[in-house]
Structure formats: C-alpha cells, structure tokens
Design a protein around this ligand. Sequence first.
Ligand code: DAH
Length: 349
Amino acid sequence: MSIFDELEGIHAEALQALETAASSAALDAWYTQYLGRKGAVTLQTRSIGKLSQEERPEFGKRINEIKQQLEAAYAAQSQALKAAELEAALMSDTIDITLPGRPVNPGHLHLTTQTLRQIYDIFGRMGFEVYEAPDVELETYNFDLLNIPDYHPARDMWDTFWIDQKQPAPDGRLLLRTHTSPGQMRVMRERYPEPIRVILPGKCYRYEQITARSEHQFYQVEGLAVGKHITMTDLIGTLTQFVNLFYGPGHKMRVRSSYFPFTEPSIEVDMDCILCGGAGCRVCKYTGWLEIAGAGMVHPVVLKNGGYDPDEWSGFAFGPGVERPAMMKYGISDIRLFYGNDLRFAQQF
Ligand code: DAH
C-alpha cells in the first residue's frame, strides 16, 4: 500500500469514527486519536521523508487538506453535541412556572391579643384611653396606697411573687403586680388635676395553684374614671354597654354588693350565663349568672393618695379579667389552653 493510500485510509476511518462519537468524552478521545500530537494524521507528516522530492509537495498539500477537513468536521460535531447536551440539561432541569407556590404560614394574633383589642375598641368608643403601667411594681402601689393594709388576705405571701433584691430599695420592696389596680395610682398622680378616663390593660401574677380556672399569669383590664360628678349610675351604664358590645345584645346584667379595699361602695358584676341563658347549668353552678368583674366607686383614701380631694372629686373603677371573658364568649373550658402553646388551640381563633 502506498503512503498516499495509507493517508486516505486514515482519512476515511477518521470520518467514520467521528460519526459514532456521541459524547464530549468520545469526541475528545477521537481528537487525540487522529489530530493530537501523536494522532494518526499528525504522525503521517513524518512519512514525508520516505517520499521523493517530486511527491512531497503533493503529499504535504493533501495532508493539510485532510487536517483542515477533519478539524472542520470535528468543530461541527462538537458544536452539535454541545447543543444536544445543553438541550438535554434544560429538559431535565425544567422549572414549571405554572406550579402553584408553596403556601406560607403567616400565623395570626393570639386569642388574648384579639380579646384585648376588642376591649380597647369598645372602651375607646366610650372615650377611654389605654394607659400602660409597669408589671414590676412597688409594694406600696400594689397594696398600701390602694388601701390594702398589711393584714389583708391579698397580701398573704402565698399570693405574691416578690422580686429578689440584694439591697433594700429606697422606695420599698418590688413585686410582680398581683392586679392592674396599682395603675390607678400611677395615672392619678400623673394626671392631677385633670379628669381621668382610662383603661389599664396588663399581665398580673399570682403565686397560686394552676387549675382549669386559674393561671398564675393572666390579664386584667382595669378601668378608671375620675371627675367632678361621677356616680354609680355611670359605672353601671359603662359596664352594661361593655356587656352589650362584647357579648352581643340581649344580655342581662346585675350587680351585687361586695367588698374591695380600694372601692366604697364595692360591687360584683354578673351577667346571665352565656351557656344556658339563665336557666342554670354546670358552668354557672345552676345559678344562671356568671361573675364578670369587681368594681365600685373609688375609695376616698385612694382618691386622696392619688392627689384628688374626695370632697371635690369622685370616680369609679372596675377590674375584669381577659381570659375568662374570652372563655365565656368562645366556650373554652380550661384557662391552661391559652398559654399551653398548642397550635391546635391557637389556630381555632
Ligand atoms: N383588683 C381586683 C382584683 O384583682 C379587681 C378589682 C375589683 C378592680 C374592684 C377594681 C375594682 O378596680 O373596683 O381582684
């Protein structure tokens, strides 16, 4: 076989092999095999020395033609293969823009917050502003200034969380407020001699056994109105309006005489049982009535402690809880559910 024939044979073989190179790796291997530094075509150039002077230019020319042709074929094949590989990658990585997005779970306000906001709204419409007093309170504000002397049962150490103080503070001992009533004193001392109409929402703390009916942390919304001609009728009217707006129209309300150290006279406010409508059931202990708040006319001593002369000024106060009204409104049987962090409970409201 002549050197020329051998060259043409390699050429034909290379073209055929190129057609079967179906991947980038196969194509690379093909290139090395034929056009690389030690490739079959490249090695052919060395055969030039075996040819006569006359044959050499023709052989050289032919070998260059073949190289160019193979390079071009290689480039075309390489481009086709890359396009095919890109296409395949795009097909397998497809993003389906018609798929619905994953829903985000945004959460919502806790039932206590919802209830507080309903209460703010109702009293806001009656001209009450929201006033925030501190959770950590002085003993005098929580007790003494509210006319709760040392021997009052509410002062029993078992009812109060005291704050550990390394050194005795000049203003007296600190505690976690056991009710929102100390806020009354703070508003009065701040606002005198203006008339007052505020609600004081907040968390209260009691060192108590936790049961289905009582938590050691709970909310209250204190109410306080101080003015020149305020009477018990204003108090009852305000609370009647609250019951109608919070529980809906058609409810009955009654007041009973009661005792609180910071009000005189004091009353207990009841409404007809939301469950049985007054017929009597287990929830209302067969009385037909549910207790909703303590209230009364601000005690003269408390007015005086707040800076208001009781001969000139009068006022009313009330102090309902927040969780219990919500329990009545939404039929919740256990107060522990409020802060048990069980989403199955929280999501229902
Ligand atoms: N502070 C009382 C308590 O925690 C509730 C209360 C009763 C508040 C009568 C008042 C009131 O303002 O007039 O039990």
